[in-house]
Design a protein. Sequence first.
Length: 310
Amino acid sequence: MAHPPPPGCHVAAVLFMTENEDLDPEAIESHTLRLALGGVAGILVHGDNGEAQLLSESERRDVIKITRQVLDKNGFTNVPVIAGASASSTRMTVQLCKEAADSGASYALVLAPVPWPLKITPESAIASYRTIADNSPIPIIIYNFPTVTNGLNLDSDVIADLAEHPKIVGVKLACGEMGKLHRLASVFSPSEFGIYTSTTDCMLHGMISGCAGTMSASPNITPKLHVKLYDLFKQGNMDEALKLQTDIAHADWAVRKLAPLSGFKTVVAKNFGYGSNVVRSPLKAAGANTFVGSKHSAALEKVIWMEKHL
């Protein structure tokens, strides 16, 4: 029976590109190494922050290979690569899972396939997930993200039903429903079925409810701080954990409010010495001064300072 990814802080990695929108292997390598040195439990590529929908199949394979090779070369063989592998059809999703496995991914993160609004029911999503899991060479993590699945929102009963499949090992909850997280975490331990928050503004709250950790974008900027939050919680130091969660939540909101997706690349490139803010068209890049003068900028500057001094 397959096992979930390790508990902790998993990062939904951004994807660095050159000025002409090609992959930037050097920046991808630098970023992967910084995340691993920061202590993340796993690296998710080809999520929304990885601009997966805008990549060719060959680019998807290349990113997985680069990420896996950097981790292995630097002694992080225990850090799994999780690959987004979602398509409109069940058949194509299975193919993406196979290609992800061949390229070095240990897990596949899969959205419910919903090519047309109101045409996919929870029952058909269940059937699709089971078919994907039956045929994928690597375990599956459910990605419950109603915003990008035409409003299809899998409830806790559906997710618990899918969790009985031996190769469906976790869920990334981007629905923002803490009650759903709590219900699932009360039934499954992190060693049985990994439950992960999709943003870090509720990371501590999720862990209090029993979830495995987070699988989110803000650790692109501050991996060490997020790992520290996880460690403080595990140590039972709730006062310090709550203070750090507050800082992380305000900084996370600053980026998501002012420049979702591209803002994470902008902040990393400006503060950590590699990469650029380039995103693939039709997305728009956030400029280097996007956060300057904003009422949220102080919160972001604070956590960057804290990250650099850990």
